[in-house]
Design a protein around this ligand. Structure first.
Ligand code: ISJ
Length: 351
């Protein structure tokens, strides 16, 4: 164990040397794990054989990156104060509104034509800043989103990413696995009473049904929870927990390829909605809505998360990625507003 300050110093040193690293904290976890790679080699993820940190893009025809755990440090996180950082401008310009509303309208048309029943449409938001201090931003993520998987990832040949995601793709140990169907969004307003509309219940059920259908041949004894409400920053989502045992012949890679991308980030059916996204979103999601996590080998526990509520950091700006599930009952302007609400998760961490 090293102190928080030492761990943050090691991150800074690694960055100054332009070498790859990732630091992460599990949801509700107390520990920060820092993985340092000693060279700037870019290793693509080919299979799940080697231990290391996996960072995979949304587009499953493209390869992910595997960071080598040359050195690992662990530190008990005590919540370093972030009060010394001044407020950041949170106003969101409406510049992307028209495009997003048009994109959503086109998605709804295709749903009505029967091409798919759900599609998740997204956009990016640029936040200019000449004074980004990534470690301070990451510290705020850690403090503000305790039940999220909060990570900070860097590779000099790929870039710098950060996020605090509420969504587990798969948690696996040996033959046991857990996953979740997470979808449906409303703003958190500090009230005990939470009401969900039919649109949100339907879009979340599409995710649950897809997961159950995909796992049918992989596991014979699935346990499925009730639908519950969970909080993620200033938002609420609907969630179903699913767990089971893998049939012998399946491994992590098969499982991930079966699930990713789920209708929580892509749509249903997968191929048709995926094609629509790649053709019409008009930008590259890169690692947003991909997945990430430390792979320990099939026998040890490994958890992979969906890369949501995330951003890419550059010298002079942050680029925040946000999206939402569209069904036949979606209203394009409300869907735009939902992405604005989602962007607050990262904007809040910027200052
Ligand atoms: C696509 C995002 O989130 C996903 C979409 C949700 C929705 O459509 O309601 C809710 C949670 C996530 O599964 C995002 O945060 O960008």
């Amino acid at each position: 164990m090293i102190s928080n300050q030492d761990l943050f110093n090691k991150i800074q040193l690694q960055f100054d040397r332009q070498l790859p690293f990732v630091v992460f904290r599990e949801p509700l976890g107390k520990r920060l794990t820092l993985v340092l790679q000693h060279t700037d080699a870019l290793e693509h993820l080919n299979s799940f054989e080697k231990e290391g940190f996996v960072f995979a893009p949304f587009d499953h025809s493209k390869k992910g990156v595997l960071l080598h755990p040359d050195t690992i440090y662990v530190s008990e996180y005590h919540g370093l104060s972030d009060s010394m950082f001044s407020g950041y401008q949170k106003a969101v310009e409406d510049s992307g509104k028209e495009n997003h509303v048009n994109l959503v309208s086109r998605g709804i048309e295709k749903i009505k034509e029967g091409l798919f029943s759900k599609v998740v449409l997204s956009r990016f938001q640029e936040v200019p800043s000449n004074d980004l201090k990534p470690l301070e931003v990451y510290n705020r993520l850690l403090n503000r989103y305790r039940n999220a998987f909060a990570y900070f990832w860097y590779h000099p040949k790929v870039g710098m990413w950060m996020g605090a995601t509420p969504e587990t793709l798969i948690d696996i140990k040996g033959q046991h696995f857990k996953t979740m169907a997470l979808a449906g969004t409303q703003k958190y307003n500090d009230s005990e009473e939470v009401c969900w509309g039919q649109k949100e219940l339907d879009e979340q059920k599409i995710v649950t049904d897809f997961i159950l259908e995909s796992l049918a041949g992989i596991s014979d004894d699935l346990e499925v929870s009730e639908v519950t409400t969970i909080r993620a920053g200033n938002l609420l989502h609907l969630k179903t927990d699913i767990r089971g045992e893998l049939n012998k012949s399946f491994d992590v890679k098969d499982l991930i390829e079966t699930l990713h991308p789920t209708p929580a980030v892509c749509g249903y059916p997968k191929d048709q909605s995926n094609r629509f996204i790649l053709q019409h979103e008009n930008y590259d999601r890169k690692f947003y809505t991909g997945y990430l996590g430390y792979f320990n080998g099939q026998e040890e526990r490994s958890s992979f998360y969906v890369n949501l509520r995330c951003m890419q950091l550059f010298e002079d700006k942050a680029v925040i990625y946000v999206g939402g599930g569209i069904t036949q009952d979606s209203d394009p302007v409300s869907e735009w507003e939902e992405t604005v609400n989602k962007s607050q998760t990262m904007l809040n961490a910027l200052g």
